[in-house]
Design a protein around this ligand. Structure first.
Ligand SMILES: Nc1ncnc2c1ncn2[C@@H]1O[C@H](COP(=O)(O)OP(=O)(O)O)[C@@H](O)[C@H]1O
Ligand SMILES: [Mg+2]
Length: 585
């Protein structure tokens, strides 16, 4: 089948030198930017292939002239007449990387890593927005598909209408979002939350095969609900009709420490953040701060004596029990002080943890305003929630039927919490009814749960990850339980290797310095060696998406949340049946 080459875009030049990773192209004297993507048409041995090439460097070139400086000098002295007719000899020498190639197999485009070379003097095309988009979309389908829209394919300073998505089934293998302050991390989070909502909306409108997505989104600046600029998640919620809202969001989506300080509109969908001391396990604390062995021994001893009352009991003691030194005792009490003082963690009363569990097992999105919490409170909250969700799914995974699950749950979770959620859990996890004999579901068929970890370096650092960190288990085993971490960080270099090596998708935004650029390149799941210059010139909202399940590093322009909200808000109104992710071209 012969491809209509004009659909690739405008003819730009010809391949000169190169190997299977780098190419030198000689092109027309156009206003090219670093980062642009060209397509090279090759038909070596009659195999029609389109190679994708990314511009990494540019140089002016004057045909038949060895020394351009000499010409510039003569021009200065002789004036413009010296150059008459020289324009046609002005070319652009472009150097860059081969990203891979697309070829048709059985009528479908497949994409391959760059392990071939285009033809001698192959023709090079520059994609044109509005003309090349459909073909590029087809050729890159395997590289850009998925349920979770992130942005559009970026070519230099502009974009093509080629939506770039992540695949939901890989979320439990963890996602990293890296970028300096102001690079666009919060806006990206809102775009992703919208994509989760859109995917769930689609599922609720009758596409049963669509994976439901749950997300526990820590929001340290309280931006997501009302937005970074004009619109936020609250606008989506308000735009939905009652029925859609209940299906997609349930009766709340916003969690906060201070309900009274929340605007009236948001308060209608808010719950107060409250976790009971009894719902905290020693491991949760070990995951967020350093304890000596002696302190650990004291806490573990107390936990086996008092069970879920361990915190209340320790805080109630005036003297250390036998075998524990005063110094250890005091140090533990000091470390527990923030729990004692926190409005989030309470000795008694009602807790929201069971509601969080229910939301996460039914494909809901939660926005968690932690702006009024201390760092330690925020980390402990993330840890308790993550560990509780994973304990429940771990109990499920090691059970044959609901009777087993109940036994496993009692063993793994604080008694009063488990007794509260047992009935609901059985209804989520049973395959046929809720009797003890009912077989249980595989976590793979339950909603994917994404837990965001904000200010990741504080808890995902090598010191804490060396111990009994909850996050170490999740990063290694989250996949089994269908629970993934979404790690947001300004720095890559300080994160622990366990988490970095388990991460299979990275959205790399503009970075702060050379060290972070180097770490980012080293950590990426697709080889992006040589992209240093790219990172140096990136603007806000521009990113390079790398995923281990893909061959090509994908430059993506993340849209402003406000723009896609305006574009799609009609889809939330009623059962309009429109696909919110579909592009109207
Ligand atoms: N994709 C984008 N396109 C255009 N502007 C953006 C984009 N992302 C963020 N911005 C702008 O940059 C500013 C900072 O973005 P933000 O998401 O808060 O960055 P971060 O969370 O990384 O500090 C915001 O005011 C926003 O308007
Ligand atoms: Mg931010």
């Amino acid at each position: 089948m012969k491809l209509d080459k004009t659909k690739l875009g405008e003819h730009f030049g010809k391949v000169g030198t190169g190997n299977q990773t780098h190419l030198g192209i000689m092109g027309t004297n156009r206003d090219i930017a670093v980062g642009e993507i060209f397509m090279v048409y090759s038909s070596r041995d009659n195999n029609e292939r389109i190679f994708f090439f990314r511009v990494l460097g540019l140089e002016n070139y004057l045909r038949q002239v060895e020394n351009l400086s000499k010409v510039a000098g003569t021009l200065m002295v002789e004036g413009d007449s010296y150059l008459s007719g020289i324009e046609r000899n002005m070319l652009l020498s472009v150097e860059g990387r081969l990203l891979g190639y697309a070829e048709q197999r059985g009528g479908k485009w497949v994409f391959n890593s760059p392990r071939r070379l285009p033809d001698h003097l192959a023709d090079v095309y520059r994609p044109i927005s509005g003309k090349s988009d459909p073909l590029v979309r087809d050729m890159l389908a395997s590289q850009t598909g998925g349920e979770i829209y992130c942005g559009d394919l970026q070519v230099g300073e502009s974009t093509l209408q080629v939506p770039v998505n992540m695949d939901a089934k890989y979320l439990p293998m963890h996602v990293g979002i890296f970028g300096a302050t102001g690079a666009g991390k919060s806006n990206l989070m809102m775009v992703l939350i919208k994509s989760f909502i859109d995917a769930n909306l689609k599922a609720s409108r009758g596409n049963d095969d669509v994976t439901k997505l749950s997300a526990f989104c820590i929001d340290p600046h309280d931006e997501f609900a009302s937005g970074v600029d004009d619109y936020g998640i609250q606008d989506i919620v308000e735009n939905m009709d009652e029925q859609t809202r209940l299906t997609v969001f349930g009766d709340f989506y916003y969690l906060t420490t201070h309900l009274a300080a929340t605007s009236r509109e948001i308060r209608r969908y808010a719950r107060e953040l409250r976790i009971l001391w009894s719902e905290i396990k020693p491991r949760d604390l070990y995951s967020i701060m350093d304890f000596t062995n002696q302190m650990g021994a004291f806490i573990d001893g107390q936990y086996s004596n008092s069970g879920e009352d361990w915190i209340a009991d320790i805080l109630g003691m005036d003297e250390p029990p036998g075998g524990t030194t005063k110094a250890t005792f005091r140090a533990v009490k000091r470390r527990l002080r923030f729990v004692e003082r926190s409005p989030v963690f309470a000795k008694s009363g009602s807790s929201v943890l069971a509601d969080i569990f229910e939301a996460m097992e039914t494909g809901k999105i939660l926005v968690v305003n932690t702006s009024l919490m201390g760092d330690m409170e925020q980390f402990l909250l993330t840890t308790v929630v993550t560990r509780t969700l994973s304990d429940l799914r771990r109990a499920l995974k090691s059970s044959g039927n609901l009777g087993d699950f109940e036994k496993q749950g009692e063993k793994r979770l604080p008694a009063s919490f488990f007794s509260k959620v047992k009935k609901k859990a059985k209804s989520f996890y049973g395959v046929s009814g809720t009797t003890n004999e009912s077989p249980v579901m595989d976590p793979k068929n339950l909603p994917v749960i994404q837990v965001t970890v904000e200010e990741a370096p504080s808890i995902l650092n090598p010191e804490l990850m060396r111990g009994r960190s909850v996050f170490k288990d999740i990063s290694r085993q989250g996949r089994k339980f269908n629970i993934g971490l979404l790690v947001i960080s300004q720095q890559v270099s300080v994160l622990d290797n366990v988490i970095l090596s388990q991460m299979n998708t990275e959205i790399n935004l503009r970075l702060g310095n050379e060290r972070e650029i180097a770490s980012c390149i080293e950590n990426a799941s697709v080889n992006i060696a040589g992209f240093e210059n790219e990172f140096r010139v990136m603007s806000r909202g521009e990113a390079i998406l790398t995923a281990s399940y893909r061959e090509m590093p994908i430059p993506v322009k993340i849209p402003l949340f406000d723009d896609i909200y305006r574009r799609d808000k009609g889809n939330y109104k009623s059962n309009s049946g429109n696909d919110p992710e579909e592009y109207i071209i």
